[in-house]
Design a protein around this ligand. Structure first.
Ligand code: AMP
Length: 126
């Protein structure tokens, strides 16, 4: 199984501090920041700090501490954004696009945390 990580991708540049971001949460192994082109009132991206291309790469190569940190960071972002049902929020949707058919634009694993209004049908097929 081969994953070619491109260290020049935009999220790698954010992690190195080469381009700015609007940070929502920083943890030992994860970073969350507002999407630059939000598609919902709440649209936050959560990324691992490690060089992982997509979800299956992360699951195969990350250690348990990274995976636990990332999983909890996503939930913490939902709580911070006041969309977590367990904390009285109205709910959210998680999206993680992978590869060509997933229409992944940035080749560094990220989870979109989206909410703030009803998210509509799960997908629109063309
Ligand atoms: P995806 O299609 O799942 O790879 O999503 C990539 C997301 O990254 C899109 O929603 C973009 O709006 C977002 N994005 C691209 N560049 C930046 C940036 N510099 N800061 C924040 N979000 C970005």
């Amino acid at each position: 199984m081969a994953y070619a990580y491109d260290p020049q991708n935009v999220f790698a540049k954010i992690l190195r501090g080469e381009i700015p971001n609007r940070t929502v949460l920083e943890t030992a192994h994860s970073l969350a920041f507002h999407d630059i082109a939000p598609k919902a009132p709440v649209h936050v991206l959560v990324i691992p700090r490690g060089p992982y291309v997509c979800w299956d790469h992360f699951a195969a190569a990350a250690d348990d501490a990274e995976i636990a940190d990332f999983t909890r960071a996503v939930a913490e972002v939902a709580r911070i954004a006041e969309v977590a049902p367990g904390a009285g929020g109205a709910g959210y949707r998680l999206i993680s696009n992978a590869g060509a058919n997933g229409v992944q634009e940035v080749p560094h694993l990220h989870v979109h945390v989206m909410g703030g209004h009803p998210m509509g049908p799960m997908v629109l097929l063309r």
